[in-house]
Every structure is written in C-alpha cells, then in structure tokens.
Design a protein around this ligand. Structure first.
Ligand SMILES: [Fe+2]
Length: 287
C-alpha cells in the first residue's frame, strides 16, 4: 500500500446522529498507525463506536484504551473476583451485579439508570469510557446513547440563550441510578462545568448537563433553573438523538463523554452481567 493510500475502515452508522459499528477488525492485533488514526476519526464522527465479536484479554483491552489517550485509574479495586479472574490489571474495573461471598463484586446497582456523563461531577471528567461484555443477561440491560451535539444544535433558542455562558452544578452519590435515590453511598463528588461544552478535538458545542447528576445553574434560583434544565433533559433524550445498544457477547464499546450521555435499561437482577471497563483521562477542564 502506498503512503498516499487512505486506510479504509468498514464503518457502519447505526443511527442518524450517534453510533457506528466498525467491522472486520480483530483487536487482539495492533492495527497500524494509519488505521488507529482512522478509528479515532470514526469515533469523533460517530461519538460511540462498537467493535463486535472481540475476544480480548485484559492486556488487549489496556492496549486498545491507550489508542485514545492516557488511561484513567479506577477509584477502588474489587474486593472479590468472579470465576475466571484472579486479578485485574491496573485501570480495569469490573462492572457487574454478580455477588461473591454475599457482596457485589462490581459497581452495578440494579434498576434503570438515568442519562449521565461519566464523572461530570469531577474537575477533569473522563474523556472516554470503554466497556467490554463478558457475560450478559438473556434480555435487558441495553445502553442508550444520546448525542449532545444534536441536542445543542436543535435546542429552542429561547432556552439556549438563557443558559449560554453559564455553569451548571453537578452532584453524584456513587451508586445512584436515579437522582436522589437511596442506592447511593455516602461518597459523592460535586463540580461546576459549562452548561454547553466545547469539544476539545472537534470544536463543536454539545449539551453538557444530565438528568442524573445536574442539580442547578450558577447564579440562577432553583425556581428558574429547574424547569429550564428539565426542558433541556427532555429535549436531549428525544428518541431521534438516541441510539440504543443491545449487547452481544464480545462487544467492545467506546463512547465520548464530552459530547454524549448514556443511560441503562433495567435487566433481571437474577441474571449475571459482567463487563470490563476502562477509561481515558480528560486532557483539560471542560470549557
Ligand atoms: Fe456511565
């Protein structure tokens, strides 16, 4: 292949605004640099990318994570491991409802989970999250992804003008799936970020507030802020801006927390769900 030949990826969009499947790549092999660049560009274009039918080791997952930036480190290692795992590489988290010795091994509370941006309640939220499916329930547990770009571009100008240039306050009790529920732990994070965020790779603006974690707008009373935020949440979660992913074994998903939010459907708590999760660190404070 000559240097001028462009790497061609088999990228299949899954909805109008968000989500694409990248076919024909086995991530056990390191792609060449041109292909990695093309994958990164496909991710910027589609916000969420899916690599189906992967058979990844933990080392493979860590290597792939590093194609997208510096890997983040999880808050805490698991207390117990499920069958087949005696240890985890640094930076890999278990997302699971499986219980060993009566305690859940991974951070996965039951129930439907509201739309959110991962770690928006921290100063430098993760840029990306990767999730690799190892065990899935027979039904349910779908992940929904919403494009913050599409929501921003089509937001009612009268709402957008009131919130433009303002900062939103985010609060998260770890483990909560619905704002203010009893599933959260005592540990929480809180932070201010722009209501509309500029993406540091694409320069595009995206809605950067969500129903699970956003609790107010700086310099605005709650009676004014709450209905405005509710209107933005309702708009951002409209089906036309959303792709709903039905998990298959061996799916590797990568999503962009700078310009998309996600939610999870409920699944039978009697069935096992096990995912490996890694993150990519954000480069800067959101602006
Ligand atoms: Fe999440």
């Amino acid at each position: 292949m000559s240097a001028a030949t462009k790497t061609r990826l088999d990228v299949v969009p899954l909805s109008r605004h968000i989500g694409a499947e990248i076919r024909g790549i086995d991530l056990r092999e390191k792609p060449d640099d041109e292909t990695i660049k093309a994958i990164y560009q496909a991710w910027l274009d589609h916000l969420v990318i899916i690599f189906p039918e992967q058979k990844l080791s933990q080392e493979d997952l860590v290597r792939v994570t590093n194609y997208f930036g510096e890997q983040g480190m999880p808050r805490r290692p698991p207390k117990f491991f499920p069958k087949g795992y005696s240890s985890l590489l640094p930076g890999i988290m278990l997302i699971s409802n499986i219980r060993e010795n009566g305690e859940p091994i991974g951070a996965l509370p039951d129930g439907e989970m509201m739309f959110h941006h991962d770690m928006i309640h921290s100063e430098k939220p993760d840029k990306a999250t990767l999730l690799y499916s190892v065990e899935i329930p027979s039904s349910g547990g779908n992940t929904l992804f919403a494009s913050g770009y599409a929501a921003y571009d089509t937001l009612d100008p009268s709402i957008r003008n009131k919130l433009d240039g303002r900062m939103a306050r985010h609060h998260y009790n770890y483990g909560s799936v619905v704002k203010g529920d009893q599933k959260g732990t005592e540990a929480f994070g809180e932070c201010l970020h722009p209501v509309f965020r500029t993406h540091d790779d694409t320069g595009r603006k995206a809605v950067y507030v969500n129903r699970l974690m956003t609790i107010g707008v700086e310099g605005m009373g709650q009676t004014e802020a709450e209905p405005l935020l509710e209107a933005v949440f309702d708009h951002a979660e409209k089906p036309e801006f959303v792709y709903e992913h039905v998990w298959r074994l061996g799916d590797l998903l990568l999503w962009d927390n700078r310009c998309s939010s996600h939610a999870r459907r409920d699944f039978p708590s009697t069935e096992r769900r096990l995912m490996l999760r890694t993150t990519v660190k954000g480069a800067a404070r959101p602006y």
